[in-house]
Ligand binder design. Structure first.
Ligand SMILES: [Zn+2]
Length: 77
């Protein structure tokens, strides 16, 4: 009886450690992603809207919020 109880406690403790480690890693990568999005804001060359670099279109080192603005800028030059 006593050994079985000890085994159950150890099993639950192991699960607790694994879950804690998993949750810590998950929240850490989440935080990192938010920081990256905040750090890499770029400005559309046409309408001056700020947007995350990941969502922006680039051409010749300039950033654009949409394909329409990329084309608009390209036609002007
Ligand atoms: Zn734009």
């Amino acid at each position: 009886m006593g050994i079985r109880l000890l085994f159950i406690i150890l099993t639950l403790w192991g699960i607790y450690i694994i879950v804690r480690r998993y949750l810590a890693r998950f929240s850490e990568s989440d935080r990192r992603r938010e920081n990256n999005a905040a750090d890499n804001m770029v400005q559309c060359k046409v309408c001056n809207t700020y947007l995350p670099e990941a969502e922006a279109l680039t051409k010749d080192g300039d950033f654009f919020c949409s394909e329409a603005h990329l084309i608009a800028r390209h036609d002007k030059d």
